[in-house]
Ligand binder design. Structure first.
Ligand code: ARG
Length: 587
């Protein structure tokens, strides 16, 4: 049995909509009722105010007519016209508690599986082989992972795709260099205690040396180019070297994914090399459809609103990044059955995606009913708001960043609870630091740049992962205490009249599904991150004014409060999990 529980907010909106359909001329009936949370009531509907002029009516009159129709609903305690024509709507305690009881009993907290018709192909992370993952890959990795979790929870079939950069002329250069310098030991490099070193770190350095030699030495350049051809032709020795490099890199990526606790596994890798055999077919199809033009020997596609054409095949016959991504679209639709293709990639690739989407539409690979989106992410800056660089001016390694967060989290946690054993401290600091980094990322709108400020991230106060995790542990501890005292598990009792802080908390709990819907619609995990912060704040306010286990609390009030605690804990834990953040029992 899958029980899906609608939120009362959704019903309020539906009720105002229905009233609008009755009192407004048909052409206005489907306008947005503009239902929002409000300080003066639970919800405020502003449609009367925004539409009155256009329908030739006075806003207060119009609001009054809507009120008369809406006010009958059982779930509402009061509906009033206020100010110039707002509709203030307050939910009945009993209706709210009823809804919460259904949520608490339903699988998945009763959230409707609204995305069940969707096959979402989510392309995220996409690090490059023979290079270390750096801070630039963090955003795509975490945002993509949260989207995969949320859409999956809402019933979508999710296919994760890690489009690793494992193909291209740079590998000819690196392999040639390694062949010419057999003593350049990179394989046996151990990762040091400080997290530096390791085979990929060594390869990254060798790659830079090879690039210098390539630029400086025309003969090496020629040998490197011949090596590219050998790789493409499938020359055994060359391919074996390439495979080894790819294997080492993927092992290193996997280490970071495991440390971060993201869902990506080796099975999700579908790198650039995978598409290589299909590129000629992509070009042929584009040519057959009359989309390809010749430009100084290169094959390009001209697009209406793009200042430059898209390069599909270079004059030397080589294919570029665009051809590969066209192939990803064709594959995602034809082979994976995707109807929502989501590319979580740096905003600086916006033009690239605009061009491949447009081309794919024209080629018929993206047909009606299939959505392709570039879920663009901004840049992470350093704490000073400037581009994030190491002291020596290099790119910041992801592993170093996580180490830094771990160190700071450990200090903060140790200070808060000096009695922790070293093992407990290790574990809590790990959970807190990863949660801190993820929450800082996921509470920011994805297209915005933000500053990586570890001190702010690991704070127990303010909008941080640590605050949310800590709130979760506090509730867990209340529930443990209740169990010890034999106070029972709690039960929602619709006959109990709620204090304002209880009512406010109940309202938040009812909106969990709506927050997830928001993420699915906008592909912005920060809507969930903001919701969870609001929920934690509402819980904190509730717990300050409403004692739960104190002796003078009447039994049915206590049971109701315990049920509120339990559902808050479950909602926080589920919400954090959907952001990929662990919800610890102690902290
Ligand atoms: N490897 C690329 C980079 O580091 C990201 C790949 C993104 N995915 C894609 N289908 N283009 O910039």
């Amino acid at each position: 049995m899958v029980e899906q529980v609608r939120s009362l907010a959704g019903e309020v909106e539906a009720a105002v909509r229905a009233a609008m359909a009755e009192v407004l001329p048909p052409e206005f009936a489907s306008e947005d009722p503009l239902v929002r949370r409000s300080d003066r009531a639970d919800y405020q509907a502003n449609a009367a105010l925004s539409l009155a002029k256009r329908v030739g009516s006075n806003p207060r009159d119009l609001a009054g007519r809507l009120r008369d129709l809406v006010a009958g609903a059982d779930a509402l305690a009061s509906v009033e016209v206020s100010g110039p024509g707002f509709l203030n709507i307050t939910l009945a305690d009993a209706a709210l508690l009823d809804r919460l009881a259904a949520r608490a009993a339903a699988p998945g907290l009763g959230v409707p599986r609204s995305q069940a018709a969707q096959t979402a192909v989510i392309d995220y992370s996409g690090p490059n082989v023979a290079k270390e993952m750096h801070v630039g890959h963090l955003r795509s990795t975490l945002i993509g992972d949260a989207l995969a979790r949320v859409l999956g929870f809402l019933g979508a079939r999710v296919v994760r795709q890690n489009h690793v950069g494992d193909w291209g002329t740079q590998f000819g250069m690196l392999i040639q260099y390694l062949f010419e310098h057999p003593d350049a030991a990179w394989r046996d490099k151990e990762v040091g205690a400080d997290g530096t070193g390791g085979a990929v770190s060594a390869l990254d350095a060798l790659y830079r040396t090879a690039r210098q030699e390539f630029d400086r030495d025309a003969e090496f350049k020629q040998r490197a180019q011949r090596r590219v051809v050998a790789l493409q032709r499938g020359d055994e020795e060359t391919v074996a070297a390439w495979r080894e490099i790819v294997g080492e890199s993927e092992a290193a990526f996997q280490q970071i994914y495991e440390r971060l606790g993201v869902l990506l596994t080796r099975d999700d890798v579908l790198g650039e090399s995978f598409y290589n055999p299909w590129l000629q077919g992509v070009v042929d199809e584009l040519r057959d459809k009359g989309l390809l033009e010749d430009s100084e020997g290169a094959k390009v596609v001209f697009l209406d609103d793009q200042p430059v054409p898209m390069l599909v095949q270079k004059s030397d016959g080589g294919f570029g990044y665009a051809a590969t991504d066209l192939a990803t679209i064709r594959h995602s639709v034809r082979e994976l059955g995707g109807n929502r293709l989501i590319y979580v990639v740096d905003a600086r690739q916006a033009q690239h995606f605009a061009m491949i989407f447009e081309t794919a539409r024209r080629a018929g690979w993206l047909s009606e009913g299939i959505e392709a989106v570039h879920a663009a992410n901004g840049t992470i800056n350093g704490p000073d708001g400037r581009p994030f660089k190491t002291r020596s001016g290099g790119t910041v390694r992801l592993a170093d960043l996580l180490d830094d967060a771990l160190r700071r989290a450990r200090e903060v946690v140790a200070e808060k609870d000096p009695a922790l054993s070293p093992q407990e401290l290790d574990e809590i600091a790990r959970v807190a630091s990863i949660g801190a980094v993820k929450y800082a990322e996921l509470s920011t709108s994805r297209a915005k740049d933000y500053s990586f400020d570890v001190d702010r991230m690991v704070s127990f106060n303010g909008q941080t992962g640590v605050y949310l995790q800590y709130t979760h542990t506090r509730i867990a501890s209340i529930l443990r205490k209740a169990a010890e005292q034999g106070a029972g598990e709690g039960a929602f009792d619709p006959a109990v009249a709620l204090e304002p802080a209880e009512h406010a908390l109940a309202l938040e709990l009812d909106e969990f599904g709506a927050a997830l819907e928001g993420v699915a619609a906008t592909l912005e995990p920060h809507q969930l991150a903001a919701y969870l912060y609001g929920l934690a704040k509402a819980f904190t306010a509730f717990y300050e004014s409403c004692p739960v286990l104190r002796e003078d609390v009447p039994a049915e009030v206590r049971a109701n409060r315990l049920a509120l605690c339990a559902l808050t804990r479950a909602t926080l834990a589920q919400g954090l999990l959907l952001l990929g953040i662990e919800a610890p029992q102690r902290m």
